[in-house]
Unconditional design. Sequence first.
Length: 224
Amino acid sequence: MYTFSVEGKTVSVYPCKTPGSPALYLNTFGQEEPQVVAALGKLHLPDFSLIVLSGLDWNRDMAPWDAPPVFTNGAPCTGGADDYLHLLTHTLLPAAEERLEGIPRWRGLAGYSLAGLFALYALYGTDLFSRAACMSGSFWFPGIRDYLLNHPFQRVPDRLYFSLGDKENRTRNPVLQTVRENTEALYSYYRHAGIRCIFQLHPGNHSHQAAQRTAAGIAWLLND
């Protein structure tokens, strides 16, 4: 495993054993990396490289545009996803792949919560990724559903994975109540467009078994 930092972002590279194996990029919020790596280690997966990105300015780097706080006394989102995507594709990704043998056969992007939203949003801004896994993606985000349904991908993805906890929309917060409806609408739209995708509903709330659910999403992208 290799770890390095660029412009305040930390990149951990878990290289594949077979040159040219797929590369999965995972944006993370805090200290969940060891739990996700451990969960992946319990699964029987084909060879791949895992690149974990941390040290993010979460409400900026993962947010497509500005949005008011969702919670009382919460922080607003200050849309910087396009800037972060440029950093990822032009600086972080090339630096990470210098540590790999061979060019990845394909690349996937994965994330939980707001990073799950970013994983899908990024496919509208770059053609470097052909698969995305969105675990508990924040598709309650104001305006995101309309944006995704009315703009073209830079590259039509091979696979899309969506999951939610079955209690996530059971809230008094009117913004968060939309998350299941919006996620199911996106899943249905992409499926009818001929994209191979899946929507899984897991027991629990937003944070229940997050590492295991992240690993499950990555596994689905990998298992052809």
